[in-house]
Design a protein around this ligand. Structure first.
Ligand code: ATP
Length: 253
């Protein structure tokens, strides 16, 4: 399914957090949102997973305004892993992952055998099978992040919204996740700070600054010294990955 931010603006607490965002993903595309702190990446994503309501414009799912859909209906298609999600309930990992099936259920029916297999596969994808019976409150930051990813996978979404998904993850699990996103047919909308990982993962990047889109294009089009300097105020050296040819940034520290 495709996601479109259609002239999306958000006013909150007397300020315009994002303004006139126009971003369209193709079905199956992985689109990265990059930009400095406070540029509006999370705000835009919150509108997509309906934690925030736009003050102007709309989020379209396959062309339909998501505000016209029941929340359960949009949750059947869109799964999200927010940047910080507090969870004070000491559910087990398996129970948290099973919550991903909630939008697909009517009433309080137990999971079917097929749904248990979906949850098992989701836990496998996020490498949390060995943690299934552990209480989430006892987990490390990276382990908890992987549980939330597993819950999102269990939702079997057509659109995956991830806000800084590699936060807390070690490099092995970062690569494991980003490879899956690249090869999966799920549409991805992902806020990322690591521009090199974003370049390696995303089909296109949207650069945000001050709540607006500065530029959208392929990593090669977007990751130029001039544009990075304009957005972030740093001047990187850019080389090509020796095998993939994808631009990679080096910084003088
Ligand atoms: N609930 C709120 N009330 C007031 N201002 C807010 C609120 N939420 C976010 N903001 C402000 O909106 C702007 C955009 O925030 P947002 O979290 O979208 O940025 P971001 O690009 O995701 O930043 P980061 O890279 O630091 O995660 C920031 O200036 C932030 O302080």
């Amino acid at each position: 399914m495709s996601i479109t931010l259609d002239d999306l603006s958000v006013h909150l607490a007397g300020a315009e957090l994002v303004r006139d965002l126009n971003i369209e993903t193709a079905e199956g595309e992985v689109l990265g949102l990059v930009g400095p702190n406070g540029s509006g990446k999370s705000t835009a994503l919150r509108c997509v997973y309906r934690a925030l309501r736009p003050s102007r414009g709309a989020v379209l799912l396959d062309g339909a305004d998501i505000s016209t859909l029941a929340t359960r209906e949009s949750a059947r298609h869109i799964a999200a892993v927010p940047q910080e999600s507090s969870n004070d309930l000491d559910f087990t990992v398996a129970e948290i992952v099973e919550l991903g099936r909630f939008p697909h259920h009517r009433g309080n029916q137990p999971l079917t055998i097929e749904e248990r297999a979906v949850c098992e596969e989701a836990m496998h994808r996020a490498d949390v099978v060995h943690l299934a019976d552990r209480g989430v409150l006892s987990l490390s930051g990276g382990e908890r992040q992987r549980v939330l990813l597993a819950r999102a996978f269990a939702q079997q979404p057509r659109v995956l919204v991830l806000d800084e998904p590699t936060n807390h993850l070690d490099i092995h699990h970062q690569i494991q996740l980003l490879r899956q996103l690249r090869t999966d047919s799920t549409t991805g909308l992902i806020a990322m700070h690591d521009l090199n990982l974003a370049a390696a993962t995303c089909d296109r990047l949207a650069v945000l600054a001050n709540g607006m889109v500065l530029h959208i294009g392929t990593p090669t089009e977007v990751l130029t010294p001039e544009l990075i300097n304009e957005a972030f105020g740093v001047a990187p050296s850019i080389v090509r990955h020796p095998r993939t040819g994808i631009p990679q940034l080096h910084y003088d520290i």
